[in-house]
Ligand binder design. Structure first.
Ligand code: MN
Length: 235
């Protein structure tokens, strides 16, 4: 039986319209899962039911995570936030972690994974990170990588992608700051920005700051990530 993969979606600011880039849906189909787009809701009982019914969670990209949920006031450079999505995803990710069901977080999905597990974020890397940073908001098409990521050996990520260096796309101005307990950094950009995290306790809780769903046609590590995720959801 193919595993059912819940995929988080974004909600617009002006109108209550849910959105998800189809690349996420196609990536799950291609890897052999059944994609199921999840709306942003706040009823905890319903969220509990969702967690019991899905075999894995794909945390998709989206707007900025509200700093209030990791105990900070908004920096001047914080971008658009979606409070309803934050509220929904915080509960959803926490319940998925507790249920030990596979989670694959992409971009905002990785950031939410870290926050839900107790970590925090840079609200704006350019304003808050001490190092001289490279460009993390590429102008190249989404299917092209624009910066390197060093993959740490002896990590789940390394086991999956089988490379010590990746070339990834980059569309973010926030990033993981302090990694949650029981999580480790498995990939970093040359400027020190955290680009991948994973749980050391949970069977499969991996986050990447880039968008592998847009690189599947030309990049084997991106294919391997989705394949490994679906395989974990099948067990
Ligand atoms: Mn980046």
């Amino acid at each position: 039986m193919k595993p059912i993969i819940g995929i988080t979606s974004s909600i617009d600011i002006e109108e209550p319209v849910h959105r998800l880039h189809d690349a996420n849906v196609q990536a799950i189909l291609r890897a052999g899962g059944i994609p199921l787009i999840l709306p942003n809701i706040t009823d905890e009982e319903v969220i509990k039911e969702i967690v019991s019914k899905i075999d894995g969670l794909l945390g998709s990209g989206g707007y900025d995570v509200s700093p209030l949920i990791f105990g900070e006031q908004p920096h001047q450079k914080i971008g658009t936030i979606t409070p309803l999505r934050d509220q929904f995803e915080l509960l959803l990710f926490q319940k998925m972690l507790k249920a030990e069901k596979p989670i694959f977080g992409i971009c905002r999905g990785m950031q939410m994974l870290n926050v839900a597990a107790g970590g925090n974020l840079y609200q704006d890397i350019y304003a808050q990170h001490e190092e001289q940073l490279i460009k993390h908001g590429q102008d190249a098409p989404r299917s092209y990588g624009s910066h390197f990521v060093s993959v740490k050996e002896n990590t789940r990520l390394h086991e999956i992608v089988k490379e010590k260096q990746l070339v990834v796309n980059s569309y973010h101005h926030q990033a993981v700051k302090d990694v949650a307990d029981n999580f480790i950094v498995s990939g970093t950009a040359p400027d020190g920005i955290i680009e991948a995290i994973e749980s050391t306790e949970h069977p499969f809780a991996i986050g990447v700051q880039w968008h592998p769903e847009h690189m599947l046609d030309n990049d084997q590590p991106s294919v391997a990530l989705f394949d490994a995720f679906i395989e974990a959801c099948t067990k």
